[in-house]
Design a protein around this ligand. Structure first.
Ligand code: ADP
Ligand code: GN1
Ligand code: MG
Length: 364
């Protein structure tokens, strides 16, 4: 079924949440995975069709989200902070359930719309990026005492880069969309970095890289900023909260936010790592984590940035080879454009690795 076909029963979902109340739902946001709608009824809400082809057990994913949001709310209450907008609020159906399954098997959930906030697709000013770093660091700190055992792994091997590499090799072999011949330079680029893919896994096996409760999708557009003060208010998109590495949470933000171009810019001469933004983010993230990062983690932050960019590029390439079945695309060749963009950023990051290391050393 296509994404659109999965959404045809949206009225059933709206009935489940709003009964006969008048409401209007319109597509919203720029996420690549779920189908997000803004609902205007007696108030404003975010209705999402969860992508159950990717998140195969939406019930368990909702348990994760309820647990994590409750924990974050408690932490904010202890500090006497705004408990309303500090995290997502899952709303129940009329029957009191935390999600709704429609007659064709699509899963839906409803969130309170976090009012007075905006999302940013690109870094508009350096200060925002710094505060975003503090927010993601703080998110990790607030969940430091959350029992990782309680978290169901919503996507197995999500940031296991050697596994992503193996999946790319399998997609080349399958050549499902007949596109492998047309992407030989990109395939070579990935193959030349096979060894690098295992760097973090090796560090973990050697006991130098701890597993923590992490967000795992730390894109700038997964933070809601206050529309007047610009302060980060709420970390959203909690579908992939599970155990992971601090350095990949750091790296994914750098990949998306410190790129001088958008993730899908096709003019690759515009793609590079902004060192000023790298430094600001590193400073904010280290502060946000509140002194909890070990020396090994601090040292591996630059590798985390390269790893997430390489991994994401490989994932876009895999999806291009598979015929665009995972990431939502908005044009022909979109996933290949994204892959080329990410690989160009990897190449620039590799050149700047000594500079990145110097910056981290200075901040330690
Ligand atoms: P995806 O997994 O597809 O990225 P997200 O959960 O990140 O989906 O939601 C997509 C977009 O919808 C976000 O980038 C944000 O702009 C908006 N959004 C999501 N939840 C809320 C909310 N509770 N309040 C306001 N905006 C939201
Ligand atoms: C997806 O859901 P969204 O758009 O925030 C993806 C991330 C990728 C990102 C690339 C569950 O994030 O892992 O890094 O696209 N999320 C999932 O833009 O696969
Ligand atoms: Mg998102």
């Amino acid at each position: 079924m296509t994404r659109e076909e999965y959404c045809v029963k949206i009225d059933e979902a709206l009935d489940a949440y709003f009964g006969k109340t008048e409401r209007v739902a319109t597509p919203y946001g720029n996420g690549h995975i779920n189908d997000t709608f803004l609902v205007v009824a007696d108030g404003r809400y975010i209705l999402q069709r969860m992508n159950h082809e990717i998140f195969t057990e939406p019930e368990k994913m909702m348990e994760n989200i309820l647990g994590v949001t409750e924990h974050i709310r408690k932490k904010n209450a202890e500090l006497d902070k705004d408990t309303e907008r500090c995290t997502l609020t899952v709303l129940p159906t009329k029957e009191g359930a935390n999600f709704f399954r429609d007659s064709i098997g699509s899963y839906w959930r409803l969130y309170e719309f976090v009012e007075g906030t905006v999302t940013k697709e690109t870094v508009e000013n350096a200060e925002d990026f710094y505060t975003c770093a503090v927010a993601f660091g703080k998110f990790q700190r607030q969940l430091a005492d959350y029992d990782a055992e309680k978290l169901y792994p919503t996507i197995k091997d999500f940031h296991n880069t050697p596994d992503r590499y193996a999946k790319l090799m399998a997609a080349i072999e399958r050549n499902a969309a007949g596109r492998a011949e047309s992407v030989l330079p990109e395939i070579e680029f990935a193959k030349a970095r096979k060894g690098f893919c295992s760097v973090l896994e090796r560090e973990r096996e050697a006991g130098r890289l701890p597993l923590r409760v992490t967000h795992n999708d730390t894109k700038l557009n997964n933070i809601l900023f206050d529309e007047t003060t610009g302060e980060p208010i709420c970390v959203i998109d909690l579908d992939t909260v599970m155990s992971g590495y601090s350095v990949t949470d750091f790296g994914d933000s750098i990949r998306f936010g410190a790129n001088t171009a958008a993730e899908d810019e096709t003019d690759l001469s515009k793609v590079s790592l902004d060192m000023n933004l790298f430094e600001l983010y590193a400073k904010g993230f280290i502060e946000g984590c509140g002194g909890r990062l070990t020396d090994a983690e601090l040292e591996l932050l630059p590798e985390g940035a390269i790893m997430m960019t390489l991994e994401c590029g490989m994932r876009f390439l895999t999806d291009y080879l598979d015929g665009d079945v995972y990431f939502r695309i908005h044009r022909e060749g979109h996933n290949l454009d994204r892959c080329r963009n990410q690989f160009a950023l990897v190449a620039d990051m590799e050149k700047k690795l000594p500079l990145m290391r110097e910056i981290i050393k200075k901040l330690k």
